[in-house]
Design a protein around this ligand. Structure first.
Ligand code: SF4
Ligand code: FES
Length: 244
């Protein structure tokens, strides 16, 4: 293994070589890192810090750049769903944090993704009256194809692979998924224009780059979020800004 080590946000990082043996093909990538960390702890060395939570492809925290690809060589899976049988004996595996200016490294392989949370806070919600006369959401008929498209967009887990894959460090795929999951539904249309304007504004403020239609984000996204969402967000944004 060649693994990025960085003491804290203010220190300079560097790659460190870690030979490792006794790894089973059925171990997950994170279990392999657990084994490596146990051996480091037994030797009195500091373990490698990496993010993880669910280990089921749901939470989006396991953000690793593996041999230059976010979440590694397989498509439509997260790092925690990657297995060691994907690699061969004797392979060199390079592990780095996701690289993007708005995602500063906190320690080793852990990055700060709160920029995504601030984009969400700028408009990734709907306002619902809780006055006691709240309408049951299921009482509003929604076409099946629209519901499916909204659900597809809602599967974005906020992992940041799209940003890490993009040469511009653009967050358009993430932001457009969050915009789309609401604007496709009648409940989300009420605040649609403000949502598009505010979320795009926050995305720019955080320092993410622009989209130049490279498509690397869609290829590396573990949830298959489509570029169609970016086109939809651009339309929403144009309508919103043309209204002033
Ligand atoms: S769009 Fe895909 S790659 Fe980007 S944050 Fe969402 S799930 Fe991760
Ligand atoms: S640890 Fe939750 S998606 Fe990988």
């Amino acid at each position: 293994m060649k693994i990025w080590r960085q003491k804290d946000a203010n220190s300079k990082g560097h790659m460190v070589d870690y030979p490792i043996s006794g790894i089973e093909g059925d171990m997950s990538f994170l279990e392999m890192l657990d084994v490596l960390n146990e051996s480091l702890i037994n030797k009195g060395e500091e373990p490698i810090a990496f993010d993880h939570d669910c280990r089921e492809g749901i939470c989006g925290t396991c953000s690793l750049m593996i041999n230059g690809e976010p979440h590694g060589p397989d498509r439509l899976i997260t790092t925690c769903q990657l297995h060691m049988r994907r690699f061969k004996d004797g392979d060199t595996i390079v592990i780095e944090p996701f690289r993007a200016k708005p995602f500063p490294v906190i320690k080793d392989l852990i990055i700060d993704r709160t920029a995504f949370e601030r984009i969400q806070q700028a408009g990734g919600y709907i306002s619902v009256s809780t006055s006691g006369n709240t309408v049951d959401a299921n009482a509003i008929p929604i076409e099946k194809d629209k519901a499916d498209e909204a659900m597809d967009a809602a599967t974005c887990i906020g992992c940041g692979a799209c940003v890490a894959a993009c040469k511009n460090a653009s967050a358009m795929l993430f932001t457009s998924a969050k915009v789309s999951q609401f604007v496709l539904l009648p409940q989300g249309r009420v605040e649609a224009y403000d949502r598009a304007k505010n979320m795009v504004k926050q995305m720019d403020l955080e320092g993410f780059g622009n989209c130049t239609n490279t498509g690397a984000c869609e290829v590396e996204c573990p949830k298959g979020i489509s570029l169609v969402n970016i086109a939809r967000m651009n339309r929403e944004y144009l309508w919103a800004t043309s209204k002033g």
